[in-house]
Structures are given as C-alpha cells and as structure tokens.
Ligand binder design. Structure first.
Ligand SMILES: Cc1cc2nc3c(=O)[nH]c(=O)nc-3n(C[C@H](O)[C@H](O)[C@H](O)COP(=O)(O)OP(=O)(O)OC[C@H]3O[C@@H](n4cnc5c(N)ncnc54)[C@H](O)[C@@H]3O)c2cc1C
Ligand code: FES
Length: 263
C-alpha cells in the first residue's frame, strides 16, 4: 500500500558529478518497500514543478526506517532535490509500482544495469545475497568519472564486472559484451536489467537467444504515479493479446517477453 509521508532528509552527498545520493528517514516506506519499487517525490515547496518525480529506491533499510535515492540532475525537479539539505522534510508517495519478482526455486541470477539504471539494482543484489543466492552484477557506465557506488555493489554481488564506453575503468565497451560471455559460460536461470531502452532491448534479445528468463525495469514519463491518469502507458503483450499497461502500477518491472518495444 502506498503512503504519502513527510520523510526527513538525513544525508545528501554528491556520488559523481551531477549525481546525488540522498538518505531519508521514512519508516512507513522502508517497512513495505521491495527492490525495483520507486517513490514519487515532490521536489519543491511551491507549485512548480507541479508534478512529482519518480525515483527508484536505491537503498531500503527497514530496521532503521531509512531509504536512499540515487538520482541525476536532469531538469527543474532533480535540481531542486539536489538543493535540499539534511534536516529538511521531503514529501514522498510510496512505495509504488511492482518491483523485481524472485521466482520460486530461483537459480543463478545475473543483474545488469547501465548508467542511472544501476540505481534500483543495489537492493535487489542485497535481497539475493540475503537468501543465499548472491548474483553476478554487470554495471556499465560512460567513463570512470560516472562510476556509482561501486564498493556497495561489490559487497553484495558474487562477482562484479564493470564496463565503461571509453575504457577508462573496467572493460572498454558496452555492458552487453560481458553479458553475452557470462550467459554462454555459466548456468544462469534469470537476468534482471535496468537502464536505457536500447540497452534493455539488447539485453532482452541476448537473454531470449539463450532461452533465459529476463525481467526489465522500464522508465516512462509519469504524472500521478498511482494509476489514475494513464500518462505512463506502455504497450505489452499477454497471452498473445496486446494491451496498454501502466508503468507506475503494473510496472516498472516487466517480464521482458511481455514488452512491445518502440520502433
Ligand atoms: C520508475 C522510474 C524510476 C526512476 N528512477 C530514477 C532514479 O533512481 N534515478 C534517477 O536519476 N532518475 C530516475 N528516473 C528518471 C527521473 O524520474 C527523471 O530524471 C526525473 O523525473 C527528471 O525530472 P526533472 O524535473 O529533473 O527533469 P525534467 O525537466 O522533467 O526533464 C528533463 C529531461 O529529463 C529526462 N526525463 C525526465 N523524466 C524522465 C523519465 N521519466 N524517464 C526518462 N527520462 C526522463 C528527459 O530527457 C527530459 O528532457 C526514474 C524514472 C522512472 C519512471
Ligand atoms: S503516471 Fe498516472 S497512470 Fe501512471
């Protein structure tokens, strides 16, 4: 069940240029949240921007009532967020959406993220570690200056593979190169992915070609965040039938086979 709460900001630091990690005391959300869910954040105290902004849960600590957000400054909303300081209140709606599903009898998992898409994957890796199934993680970034919280990912993954487009850290190239290698050499049963759409399409095609189940976390522009406005509709296919589903409610995480990608 989603709550509207006034959380208390207890930490805000720059994790990479233009990217911030904000910690918030919000026990009601932390108690219910699952990896892959998000909060809809009111980014300022005035009417502008009118709409809340969706941000994934990057850390979930129910024992201490804390959540964490990792976000990049893109426009007005996230700029306002970055200007907020410890001690301030922040208006949150959440936890929202359907997160990653851990199937019964889960085998070996591979978690892959690109750019800001790595944000929701940390709690997923922690959840997999907690059930005794630490996953392989592949994280792809543009360059060494945009690496995000790599130590935190390393501490809960069985194996961490890094790529950068310019080769300034880890393997040079896209995250999909080590993905192809891993899926060919190890017995994975599932892939979880989050990142830009071209990457998710490529990950889906690679997982499909190996006959491996894949879940993808999609992004869409959102208005209400709670299923009322249909602003976040995405085309999906279920049992051969095409239909629109709402990324904020039925998503953001989908079985990759259900997604009809934009041409
Ligand atoms: C379910 C979900 C989870 C998300 N999690 C995160 C996260 O953990 N960290 C993070 O940094 N961002 C995340 N985003 C994207 C984030 O919501 C947008 O970057 C943010 O809303 C931009 O708001 P703004 O006011 O700063 O920029 P705006 O002025 O609204 O937009 C500036 C530019 O940002 C881009 N943008 C805006 N909204 C979106 C969107 N929904 N999807 C893709 N691009 C967008 C567009 O290129 C736009 O031109 C998530 C989005 C969704 C839907
Ligand atoms: S944002 Fe309104 S229905 Fe999804």
């Amino acid at each position: 069940m989603a709550n509207q709460v006034l959380g208390k900001i207890i930490g805000q630091e720059e994790a990479a240029p233009g990217i911030y990690f904000m910690e918030i005391l919000a026990p009601e959300i932390a108690a219910q949240a699952k990896p892959g869910q998000f909060v809809h954040v009111k980014c300022g105290s005035t009417y502008a921007p009118l709409l809340r902004r969706p941000i994934s849960l990057h850390s979930i600590e129910p024992q201490v009532g804390k959540i964490g957000l990792l976000y990049q400054i893109k426009g007005q909303g996230t700029k306002l967020l970055a200007g907020m300081r410890s001690g301030q209140a922040i208006d949150l709606l959440g936890p929202l959406g359907n997160g990653f599903q851990l199937p019964a009898g889960l085998g070996k998992a591979l978690v892959i993220g690109g750019g800001m898409g790595v944000a929701p994957l940390l709690p997923l890796l922690q959840a997999l570690q907690a059930i005794g199934k630490p996953a392989t993680a592949i994280l792809g970034f543009n360059d060494s200056s945009s690496l995000l919280r790599v130590q935190e990912y390393a501490s809960c993954a069985e194996k961490l593979l890094l790529t950068t487009v310019d080769g300034s850290a880890g393997e040079k190239g896209l995250a999909t190169a080590p993905l192809e290698r891993e899926l060919q050499t190890a017995e994975y049963s599932i892939v979880f992915a989050c990142g830009p759409e071209p990457m998710l399409r490529a990950v889906t095609a690679i997982a499909d070609s190996q006959g491996i189940e894949c879940q993808v976390s999609l992004e869409a522009y959102m208005a209400c965040g709670i299923g009322a406005c249909l602003g976040c509709a995405c085309r999906t296919r279920e049992e051969g039938q095409e239909r629109y589903t709402r990324v904020c409610c039925e998503g953001p995480v989908y079985d990759s086979k259900a997604v009809i990608w934009n041409e």
